[in-house]
Design a protein around this ligand. Sequence first.
Ligand SMILES: *Cc1c(COP(=O)(O)O)cnc(C)c1O
Length: 310
Amino acid sequence: MAIHIETPALASRAFSLSSGKDVRLKLEALQPSGSFKARGIGHACQIYKSRGARRFVSSSGGNAGYAVAYAGRMLATPVTVVVPATTSERAKNLIRSEGADVIVHGESWMEANAKALELMTPEDAFLHPFDDPLLWDGHATMIDELAGQGGRPDLVICSVGGGGLLCGVVEGLRRNGWGGVPVIAAETAGADSYAQALREGAPVLLPQISSIATSLGARQVCGRAFELAQEHPIESVVVSDAAALAACEDVLLEHRILVEPACGASVAALRSDSALLREARSVMVILCGGVGVTAGQLAQWSAQFAAAAR
Ligand SMILES: *Cc1c(COP(=O)(O)O)cnc(C)c1O
């Protein structure tokens, strides 16, 4: 039994008209945990449990931690999530709503993560948010599903935080015989650790994250995501926070689905001046979702950006 659900690949009339492409949206926002992370983390949790894990431990107060909590409930396995003091009440309550224990420790993720590692016993499994081949294997199932959902796209667009989603998308393309299908790796300025790694020729550590797309806020991408750029046609596209936010508004207006700016970045890439996009006719956008946003927060950001633009 899989922890994730199969999601629709919705033909988007609105985005097809605005981009001049045949656009489909892979609705990962509909996963029970609100993001694609249910796939990889659900798969990894299942494997760790089959290997004897009695508890799952995470240090993510975001979609990864929430997915671990969800997978734990599905697998009847206790979950402990250690988060820093900066984590919102809403995020902590969401994780607790799945029955997980939330421990608040430290001022930043680094301290929370150190604490989580300290808590680990030999019977625990630690769930990394992006750098684990089991995660990529699970994420790849979203591409497996496309075979029966209109087939091979000319291009896939996905967002990049730490690069786990990108690794999973490429793995999925390859294992379905679509190794030639290129991928646009979308990020926001201020969380563009992938674009900078490609420019520098090695994964770089960003000094800080300055983007509202906090789910893209891994300061350094995983090594595998970086290597893949040498093996697969991948183009990095960086959009502004304002563009990602406008894309979230568009998704809400056109499809009545609320997504994080981390996901809006991929939709915004449809408006970018990308060489891969120019050549493609059919485009699959991974609508990766995210629970870290409310309609009120989206409206508040939009008002702030509008005021700043005046
Ligand atoms: C985790 C996440 C990302 C980034 O995924 P990575 O595997 O870290 O690259 C993008 N969007 C959302 C909504 C996420 O939860």
